[in-house]
Design a protein around this ligand. Structure first.
Ligand code: DP6
Length: 401
């Protein structure tokens, strides 16, 4: 039996992928740029085993057996096997490619958070398959076929997914553009909003946008291209203030094209707007003080949760304010409310306190995750595997769930 267990990170786009030019190959209409997040707070874990004794391919997700019929999983599996068939396994004549595979995946994301898990999940699956079959080279174009945004989770730090020009999608790949500490001591604050009913998923939402939104044509032909150039320049120059403005503008534009979609896709809610307005007001004060490097920015994916990027130098101040504006509900204690890194409450000046409007109430957020920017997928040692080394079956199952 050959086995490997890997972990892969979540990524959050600052220039968004929204809209495909090819649904089947998952080719985007524009380049996108993201931060890969630390795996200490959130990651996917996947164990892959191949063995001549396995009688069929099997897949378990979060302890429950799932069908392997899913065409996106199949495409990833096929492509890794195809690449593996092009190389010889070192030191062995055995025909690994004819062996069946057992795949066991789990996310350590806080349950019911509504946080996108598919990017980390597919990046992890593809990375682990690559390891077990000994496939070398870039795997981002394989992960892309699982879920578009997954291709960016193959690398750490700041990553750019190039949309590519070729029809077969072979040049639609992700590449790292800056290390995880490029903007030093950057904190990532995810505000998990207490959401209502389930919204339209990304795949369906972006399809509808491409079909119906005229504003989307303007985004793809003009505004996102200008913003991509500008943010690359801001990254090169380490111009945090411009980086923040461009990140917020792109999130706002994505949600504007969602709103312009017919019927509209509405992802942000009142809480999302309250968080975004707090950030703008905070930044106004920073700008008036000339403290441009202390600005904060937000971005929203296809849901109401805000993802904030906060310079470490102001994290205590900003969190003090955020927790005053969005305190936990009466039944929640602070340790459960803020997960991950801890911050110190500190006295804040009247200028900041006056930003807190009366509408902010306890319980608008379910909880907050405090994490950092991080590295790409990792291989774990054998003791951490999810699959039993003898039987190749999951160590923990949840089949009765
Ligand atoms: C809003 O990668 O989930 O998070 O390719 O159809 O699986 P599919 O979509 P997905 O879309 C993510 C969209 C986004 C923005 C982004 O991550 O760039």
């Amino acid at each position: 039996m050959r086995s490997v267990t890997c972990t892969a990170p979540v990524n959050i786009a600052v220039i968004k992928y929204w809209g495909k030019r090819d649904e089947k190959l998952i080719l985007p209409l524009n380049d996108s740029i993201s931060f890969t997040l630390s795996q200490d707070q959130m990651c996917a874990t996947t164990a892959v085993s191949i063995s001549p004794t396995f009688t069929e391919d099997k897949f378990w997700l979060n302890g429950k057996e799932e069908s392997l019929e899913n065409p996106r999983v199949q495409n990833c599996l096929k492509e890794v096997r195809r690449r593996a068939s092009k190389r010889k396994f070192e030191g062995s004549d055995e025909d690994f490619l004819s062996w069946h595979v057992h795949i066991c995946s789990a996310n350590n994301f806080p349950t019911a958070a509504g946080l996108a898990s598919s990017a980390a999940g597919y990046a992890c699956l593809v990375f682990a398959l690559g390891q077990v079959y000994g496939v070398e080279g870039d795997l981002s174009s394989v992960a892309r076929q699982g879920s578009g945004s997954a291709c960016r989770s193959i690398y750490g730090g700041l990553v750019r997914w190039h949309k590519g020009e070729l029809e077969d999608g072979t040049d639609s790949v992700a590449r790292p553009i800056a290390s995880a500490d490029h903007f030093p001591d950057l904190r990532v604050i995810i505000c998990v909003a207490n959401a209502g009913r389930k919204k339209v998923g990304s795949t369906e939402g972006m399809k509808r946008t491409v079909q119906t939104s005229r504003l989307m044509q303007h985004r793809v032909k003009e505004s996102v291209l200008l913003r991509l150039d500008a943010i690359m320049e801001a990254i090169k120059e380490k111009d945090w203030s411009s980086f923040c403005d461009l990140t917020m503008a792109d999130s706002n534009e994505m949600h504007a094209v969602c709103q312009d979609t017919f019927p509209p896709c509405v992802y942000m809610n009142d809480t999302s707007h309250s968080v975004s307005s707090l950030v703008h007001q905070y930044n106004d004060i920073k700008e008036s003080q000339g403290s441009f490097s202390q600005k904060v920015c937000y971005t929203f994916d296809a849901g109401p949760n805000a993802c904030l990027f906060v310079p470490g130098v102001v994290i205590d101040e900003f969190m003090t304010l955020l927790l005053r504006a969005f305190p936990p509900s009466a039944s929640q204690n602070m340790n459960d409310y803020v997960r991950g890194h801890q911050t110190q409450t500190m006295p804040v000046s009247q200028a900041y306190l006056s930003l807190l409007d009366d509408e902010c109430q306890a319980g608008q957020l379910k909880f907050i995750v405090h994490t950092k920017v991080g590295e790409g997928p990792r291989v774990l040692d054998d003791s951490a595997t999810l699959l039993d080394a003898e039987t190749g079956m999951p160590k923990v199952t949840n089949d009765s769930a």
